[in-house]
Design a protein. Sequence first.
Length: 276
Amino acid sequence: MDNEKIGPFIRQLRKERHLTQKELAAMLNITDKAVSKWELGASLPDVALLLPLAEALDISVTELLGGLRSPGSPPQALDAPPQDTAGDILSYTERASSQRREKLRLWLFAGASGTFLLSAAVCWACDTALNGTLSWSLIVDLSLLLAWVVLLPLLTARRHALPLALGALSAAILPYLYLLGRLLGDSRVFRFGLPIAPAAVLYLWAGWAVWRKLRCSRLSAAGIILLLTAGLNLFVNAVTGAITSGGRTLRGDSLFTLVLAAACFLADYVLRRQKA
């Protein structure tokens, strides 16, 4: 089943019956723009319109979904369900849903891109009006660019969107911190970020892998992720202490995270014993 085949087939049958797009649309209580999109292959009729459309064009639903008239096929009663179309309708429904998801992704991508560009333009205008040059707006725009790079796979990828987004973050985070430090005129930004950012990205990758691997035991997965969180927290504190010569290696938030992890493991153990 192909919408590029169904579209011309609908147009052919409509013209054979000397109907305009507006007249066919009126018979189905829809707009003529919807009919035009069908005939151009830009979209597919809704499942609820398959039988009324087939009746209006004097064909069976099977012929409509196949985009081809069956020679010598007996006419069907208008109020009778079409025969042998369950598989075709299921396939059609899946294809229509896929097209709707694709359109939604395109709209989200266009909306997010437009929002980022508009935000950047507003920052440029305000910065120029207040300071006569571009200063703080470049910092905002750099952060918007990082957000757009990370969000892009989530908005456009059909599969593996999250690992692609993590890959984009992994590739962009250190250049972002370097440029941010240059814009701020403070080398400490990159000096702090150089050890911490890769550790944070590694933490995200590990958390995603654990959550994906332990789908059957979400409590255990949550416990492992909390342990990773405590480890990352301790690492950040240690790096901060080494750079500033004043940080602590163990804090209350790390201990609290460890307690939560222990609670998750205990709850998982109790549930497993109850099921056994």
